[in-house]
Design a protein around this ligand. Structure first.
Ligand code: R5P
Length: 288
C-alpha cells in the first residue's frame, strides 16, 4: 500500500504510513504563478492500493486532491482511496435559501467520480456521506480527544450550541463527567448572553467541544460568558482547528488555558492524532 501525502497533511500522512505499515510515495507539488496546481508522483503506483491524504480546507486543496487521485489512477493504481481528514463544504448540506447550491453534494459528486472510496473524520453533518455512491466512511475523533483531556480532570463538557451537543455528550461519556450545551438568550437589541442549558459552571474546569473552530468567534463569546459565570478553568477542544487569522491567539486571550485540536488540519494546536483510527477505516474499506 502506498500513501500519497497531500500538501495539507504531511504530519498525518507520516503517522498513517506508520499505522498502516505502508510506504510513503515520493511526489512533487507546486503552484504556477497564476495559482493553478501541479502534481507529479515520484513513485511507481502501478498495481498498488494508493491512499491519498488531503484535507479540503480550501478550493486549492480540493483541486490538489483531485490531481493526486487522477495521477494515481492514470498511472495504474489498483485502487485509489481518498482520505479527506477535514471534508470541506460539508456545512452546506441542503438549500437554506432559494437559489443556493448544495455544496456538499456538488463536491461529493466530483470526489466520488475520482476515487474508489473515501474516509473522513467527524464531518460536520454525517449524512453528507449519503451523497457518495462509493464506500464512504467517517470516524470519530472523540476517543483520542478524550484521552488527551483526561489529564485535566474536567468537571463539565459543554457544547457551544445545541448542534454540537451530541459531540459533547460522546466526549463526556468517555471522560465520565456531565455534559450540557450553551443557549443564547437575547437580553436586549444589542446584548446576548450564553448560558448552559441546565448545569452550573461555577468553580469547574469546563471543556468546550466543537467539531470546527474557524474564526474562533463562537469559542471567544462562550469564554466571556463562562468566566462571568464563575468557571474556574476553560479548555477548548475541536476536531478541525481551522484557526482563521489570529483565532488561536484570540482564544488564548479570551481565557482558554489550552486549545486542543487533532491533526486533520495542521496547526500549533494539533496535539491529537487521528492516524490509528483512520488507518483502521482504510484497512476496513480496502479489506486488508
Ligand atoms: C458550526 O456549525 C460549527 O460547528 C462551528 O461551531 C463553527 O464553524 C465555528 O465557527 P467560528 O469559529 O467561526 O465561530
Amino acid at each position: 500500500m502506498l500513501v500519497v501525502g497531500g500538501s495539507e497533511n504531511p504530519r498525518l500522512s507520516a503517522e498513517l504510513v506508520k499505522s498502516l505499515a505502508a510506504r510513503l510515495s515520493e511526489g512533487t507539488t507546486k503552484r504556477f504563478p497564476d495559482g493553478e496546481s501541479y502534481v507529479r508522483l515520484g513513485t511507481r503506483v502501478s498495481g498498488e492500493d494508493v491512499v491519498v491524504v488531503q484535507s479540503t480546507r480550501t478550493d486549492a486543496a480540493l483541486v490538489e486532491l483531485l490531481l493526486w487521485l487522477d495521477a494515481a489512477r492514470r498511472h495504474g493504481a489498483r485502487r485509489t482511496l481518498a482520505v479527506v481528514p477535514y471534508l470541506g463544504y460539508a456545512r452546506q448540506d441542503r438549500t437554506f435559501l432559494e437559489g443556493e447550491a448544495v455544496s456538499a453534494e456538488a463536491v461529493a459528486r466530483i470526489l466520488d467520480a475520482s476515487c474508489d472510496g473515501l474516509v473522513t473524520v467527524d464531518p460536520h453533518q454525517e449524512h453528507v456521506l449519503r451523497f457518495y455512491r462509493k464506500p464512504a466512511q467517517a470516524v470519530s475523533a472523540a476517543g483520542p480527544i478524550a484521552d488527551r483531556l483526561r489529564r485535566e480532570s474536567p468537571g463539565l463538557v459543554l457544547a457551544p450550541d445545541a448542534g454540537a451537543a451530541g459531540r459533547a455528550a460522546a466526549t463526556a461519556k468517555l471522560l465520565g463527567c456531565p455534559h450540557d450545551h450553551l443557549e443564547k438568550r437575547r437580553l436586549s437589541g444589542t446584548e446576548v448572553v450564553m448560558t448552559p442549558k441546565s448545569l452550573d459552571v461555577r468553580g469547574k474546569t469546563v471543556v468546550l467541544v466543537d467539531d470546527i473552530v474557524s474564526t474562533g468567534g463562537t469559542m471567544v463569546t462562550a469564554a466571556r460568558t463562562l468566566r462571568e459565570q464563575g468557571a474556574a478553568r476553560l479548555l477548548a477542544a475541536c476536531t478541525h482547528g481551522l484557526f482563521v487569522g489570529d483565532a488561536l491567539e484570540r482564544m488564548k486571550a479570551a481565557g482558554y488555558a489550552d486549545v486542543v485540536a487533532t491533526d486533520t488540519v495542521e496547526s500549533a494546536a494539533s496535539r491529537v492524532t487521528v492516524a490509528p483510527l483512520v488507518a483502521d477505516a482504510v484497512r476496513a474499506l480496502l479489506g486488508r
